[in-house]
Design a protein around this ligand. Structure first.
Ligand code: NAP
Length: 305
């Protein structure tokens, strides 16, 4: 028997969709991937999710979503879709272990950190190079780290790192940050945070572990080496849509194209969250889109018995 609904992705969009589906008496299967909660699951503090005036730990918030989805009957499997066939009915969703069938699908696979693609980045990944301060920050107690990027992620995670490190040196390609004003104020007031402006990282240096980062000033072309034990890279996100290529319409950057009601180019397949909307990338926006996707999917199922 096919599932009425398979939700691919276990972040705020996917889990909110599961809550709404469950409340509509649909038992959705959620393929939550290896990291429960998606990006929010590895976020230290979420200060802008409504209902938490003092902020909330991202993992706790994600686990709350998950518990609520399970409470309403969602079946959650920590597995990822490796192949889909959305050209047949019921739809086919394969993981490495199983093949599932579904009458409707919600794509909520989110986005993952973009890499710089510079020498040393791949070689030293996990040996000083990281994209997750919450996961790896404690390894850098009393050490110096470079944080590449000037957006919310770089500054938020950089501030988190200051709990452990001696110094967090932010290398940013312009002379002003993209991060929110509130984060900027906190960053500029943080004595452990230093800024290297107008500079790009050109190479991660190291032996067995990272020993530094070679940077180039884009205005003067001057190159120099910053001694550091770690390099945290936060230069934006890439939508996780590889398995959907050729199955549903994607825009040139790889994001899923939907109409105003989260409907993709294939009737019965909906999308929500960072995989579909690069403009906001907020937990609350993803959760809202997940709710809309589930409501639309339920309407679709009712009209296609
Ligand atoms: P982002 O906002 O796209 O920022 C990426 C940063 O990396 C920018 O400063 C960009 O520089 C820089 N960059 C991009 N490519 C680069 C390259 N090749 N070399 C050097 N620098 C490069 O990405 P994000 O910070 O990951 O945030 C993603 C989304 O999540 C945003 O919408 C953000 O608001 C949201 N978010 C929110 C929170 C929060 O609310 N607390 C926390 C984390 C993330 P330019 O500035 O020059 O473009």
């Amino acid at each position: 028997m096919p599932y009425d609904m398979i939700i691919i992705g276990g972040g705020p969009a996917g889990l909110t969709a599961a809550i709404y589906a469950g409340r509509a008496a649909i038992v959705p299967l959620v393929l939550s991937g290896a990291m429960p909660g998606g990006q929010i699951g590895s976020t230290d503090r979420v200060e802008n999710y409504p209902g938490f005036p003092d902020g909330v730990n991202g993992f706790e918030l994600a686990m709350g979503f998950q518990k609520q989805a399970e409470h309403f009957g969602a079946e959650i499997v920590m597995d990822a879709a490796t192949e889909v066939d959305l050209g047949v009915r019921p739809f086919v969703v394969k993981t490495r272990r199983e093949t599932y069938h579904a009458r409707s699908v919600i794509v909520a696979t989110g986005a993952f950190p973009r890499r710089l693609g510079i020498p040393g980045e791949k070689e030293f990944f996990g040996r000083g190079v990281s994209t997750c301060a919450t996961c790896d920050g404690f390894l850098f107690k009393g050490k110096t780290v470079v944080v590449v990027g000037g957006g919310d992620s770089a500054i938020d995670e950089g501030l988190f790192l200051t709990r452990f490190v001696k110094e967090a040196i932010v290398v940013h390609r312009r002379d002003e940050l993209r991060a929110s004003k509130q984060l900027q104020e906190r960053a500029f007031a943080e004595p452990k945070m230093r800024f290297v402006w107008d500079s790009v990282a050109e190479e991660i240096l190291g032996d067995k572990l990272v020993t530094g980062v070679r940077v180039r000033n884009v205005k003067t072309d001057e190159r120099r080496e910053i001694d550091a034990d770690g390099a945290f890279v936060y230069v934006g996100l890439i939508p996780a849509t590889k398995v959907f290529q050729g199955q549903i319409d994607l825009d040139p950057a790889g994001y899923v194209i939907t109409d105003d009601h989260q409907q993709t180019s294939v009737p019965g397949v909906f999308a929500a969250g960072d995989v579909q909307n690069p403009d906001f990338r907020q937990c609350v926006v993803a959760a809202g889109a997940g709710a809309s996707a589930a409501i639309q999917a339920e309407r679709y199922l009712s009209s296609h018995p």
